[in-house]
Ligand binder design. Structure first.
Ligand SMILES: Nc1ncnc2c1ncn2[C@@H]1O[C@H](COP(=O)(O)OP(=O)(O)OP(=O)(O)O)[C@@H](O)[C@H]1O
Ligand SMILES: [Mg+2]
Length: 488
C-alpha cells in the first residue's frame, strides 16, 4: 500500500480549534495550570481594556529554553498517552495554544531563563495570510514593546503569556470596558474556587499567590471546612494501583452561616445547585456541583459536598476533556461513590431536619421515634416508653388510654406538608431551637412533684439525667436535685 502525507491546513485547523468552547475563566485557568506545573509560586494577571487591549499572565516558574519554547508553541507538543510528572496539570499538549486563541487572535509567549529571553507568537491573521504553520519569532527589539515585559525581566526565571486582538472578548459587547470588568469578576471567582487549595497552601503542594490587576485572589473553600462536619472518615479507593481519596462534608445549616459565607458558597440558590461531588485533579478543582446522575439535586441534600481527589495518572479512565472542565467517574469508582452517597445524603437530610439532635437509631431515649413501616416508608411516633410518659401513667393508670389517644391525634395531625415547605425555606424554625435551661428545670419539677418521697425523686432524676433533652443540661438537673435535697 502506498502512503500519502496529508498535514492539516493551518488556517482552518487553528480557526476550528478556537471553537473548543472555552469560557474566559477556563482559558485563564489553563494558562495558570502551566505556571503551576512550572513550579511558579506567583502568578500576576493583567487585564487592560483600552487602546491596544490585552490580557497578560506572568509567572515566576522555571521558564523555558529556546527549544522548549518552540515545542511549547507547537500544537500537540506532548502525547496525551505519555506518563506525566505527578504534579503536572497538563495532558494534551494543546492548552497554551487552544485556550489562548479561543479568546484572542494573537498569542505571544515570552520566557526567561537567566540572561536568555525568547519570544514566540501565533498570529491567526498571519497564519491565514501565509497559509501555513508559520510561528513568528520576536527579536530582542520587538520584545521590548510587549506589555508587562518589564515585570518579566525583573525575574531570574519566568514566563509571560500575552493575548492581543481580543476579538472573542469583544464580540457582541457594546461597552467593552464594562464587559471586561464583569469578565474580570467571573475570572476572579473562578480562580478563587478552582485553586483554593493552592492559594491556601495545603500541605504537600506549593502555595501560590495569584493577583488580578494587583489585587490578590483569595481562596474560596467550597466546604467551609472549619465549620462543616466531615460526615465520615476519608475513604480511599484503589483503582489500578492508584489512590482516589473521598472526603464527604456536610455544610453547617444555613442559619449558622454568615452572609459572606453564603455568598462564597454561591448564594442561597447556589447552595442547592452546587451540592454534589467536587473532583480535584492534582488538587486543582476540575468539576463540581454534580452527582453524576447518581442522585437528584434535591433540597434536602443541599448541604452535602464530597471532595474527591484523583491523580493525573487516571486521566484516561475519567475521560478528561481538553478544557479540563469535564470528567466522568469510571464504572468501578461509581460503584463506590454510590455507597458513599447513600450514607452522606442521609446525614445531610438529618442536619436539615434534626439539626443538633442525636440520630434516631442510637441508644438515647428520644421524645419522637422514627419508625420503619413494615410495608414501605417511615412514620413518626411519640415515644410511649419515654420516662415522662411512664411517670404520668404510673401515677394514674387510668390516664393511659386518653393519653395514648391524644398521642395518636398529635401524630396524625403532624402538619407534614407545611413542615416540608418550612424546612426547605432557609428561615430558621423556632421549634428547632434547644429548650432553655429554665424550660428544662420546669419540666423536671413538674415530674418531681408527682413523686411522693425523696428516694423516688432522686431515682427519677438519676434516670432523667441520661435522657434527651435533660442529658444535655447536667447543670439544670444538678440544680433541681440540690433543691429537692434541701427542701425535702
Ligand atoms: N508558563 C510556563 N512555564 C514553563 N513551561 C511552560 C509554560 N507554559 C507552557 N509550558 C510548556 O509548554 C508545554 C505545552 O503547554 P500546553 O499548555 O500547550 O500543553 P500541556 O500543558 O502539556 O497540556 P494541556 O493541553 O493539557 O494543557 C507544557 O507541557 C510545558 O512544557
Ligand atoms: Mg497546559
Amino acid at each position: 500500500m502506498k502512503t500519502k502525507k496529508i498535514p492539516p491546513y493551518a488556517p482552518t485547523l487553528i480557526e476550528s480549534t478556537r471553537a473548543i468552547g472555552y469560557s474566559p475563566e477556563a482559558a485563564v485557568a489553563d494558562i495558570i495550570d502551566n505556571s503551576i506545573a512550572a513550579e511558579a509560586n506567583k502568578v500576576d494577571i493583567y487585564f487592560f481594556p483600552i487602546d491596544g487591549a490585552y490580557i497578560a499572565i506572568l509567572d515566576n516558574g522555571k521558564g523555558m529554553s529556546e527549544t522548549e519554547l518552540d515545542l511549547a508553541m507547537q500544537y500537540g507538543s506532548k502525547n496525551p498517552m505519555d506518563t506525566r510528572d505527578t504534579k503536572d496539570l497538563g495532558r494534551f499538549g494543546l492548552g497554551l495554544k487552544t485556550a489562548s486563541l479561543s479568546q484572542c487572535r494573537c498569542l505571544t509567549v515570552i520566557s526567561k531563563q537567566g540572561d536568555i529571553v525568547e519570544g514566540r507568537r501565533w498570529d491567526v491573521d498571519h497564519v491565514t495570510e501565509v497559509g501555513d504553520w508559520s510561528l513568528l519569532v520576536l527579536d530582542q527589539e520587538e520584545l521590548t514593546s510587549i506589555p508587562q515585559i518589564d515585570k518579566l525581566l525583573k525575574y531570574e526565571f519566568g514566563t509571560l503569556v500575552v493575548w492581543q486582538k481580543l476579538d472573542r472578548l469583544k464580540a457582541e459587547e457594546i461597552n467593552f470596558e464594562l464587559a471586561l470588568g464583569r469578565k474580570i469578576d467571573s475570572v476572579r471567582t473562578h480562580l478563587s474556587l478552582v485553586y483554593h487549595r493552592y492559594l491556601n497552601g495545603e500541605s504537600g503542594i506549593l502555595k501560590i499567590q495569584i493577583s488580578i490587576n494587583g489585587e490578590k485572589v483569595l481562596p474560596a473553600d467550597p466546604f467551609l471546612a472549619k465549620k462543616s462536619v466531615q460526615a465520615m472518615d476519608d475513604e480511599t479507593l484503589v483503582i489500578h494501583g492508584h489512590k482516589i481519596v473521598v472526603r464527604p462534608y456536610i455544610l453547617p445549616h444555613i442559619s449558622k452561616m454568615t452572609a459572606e459565607e453564603i455568598k462564597q458558597l454561591g448564594g442561597k440558590e447556589g447552595l442547592r445547585k452546587q451540592q454534589g461531588f467536587y473532583i480535584y485533579r492534582n488538587k486543582r478543582l476540575l468539576v463540581w456541583g454534580t452527582w453524576f446522575r447518581m442522585m437528584r439535586q434535591g433540597d434536602l441534600s443541599k448541604l452535602a459536598r464530597i471532595q474527591v481527589d484523583i491523580p493525573n495518572t487516571l486521566d484516561d479512565l475519567w475521560t478528561l476533556d481538553i478544557k479540563k472542565s469535564s470528567a466522568l467517574p469510571p464504572a468501578e469508582v461509581r460503584k463506590n461513590l454510590e455507597v458513599i452517597i447513600d450514607k452522606i445524603a442521609e446525614r445531610s437530610k438529618r442536619t436539615w431536619t434534626f439539626r443538633g439532635k442525636k440520630e434516631i437509631s442510637d441508644t438515647t431515649t428520644h421524645m419522637w421515634n422514627r419508625m420503619k413501616n413494615p410495608h414501605e416508608g417511615f412514620y413518626y411516633e411519640i415515644n410511649r416508653e419515654h420516662p415522662m410518659v411512664q411517670k404520668i401513667i404510673d401515677r394514674d393508670s387510668e390516664l393511659q388510654v386518653p393519653l395514648f389517644a391524644l398521642f395518636k391525634q398529635i401524630e396524625h395531625g403532624l402538619p407534614l406538608n407545611q413542615l416540608y415547605v418550612d424546612l426547605n425555606n432557609d428561615e430558621q424554625l423556632k421549634n428547632e431551637q434547644e429548650p432553655s435551661s429554665a424550660d428544662i428545670i420546669m419540666s423536671l419539677k413538674v415530674m418531681l412533684d408527682m413523686q411522693d418521697n425523696i428516694a423516688d425523686k432522686l431515682a427519677l432524676l438519676e434516670t432523667m439525667a441520661s435522657i434527651e433533652p435533660f442529658s444535655v443540661y447536667p447543670d439544670a438537673v444538678e440544680k433541681v436535685k440540690w433543691e429537692a435535697l434541701n427542701n425535702g
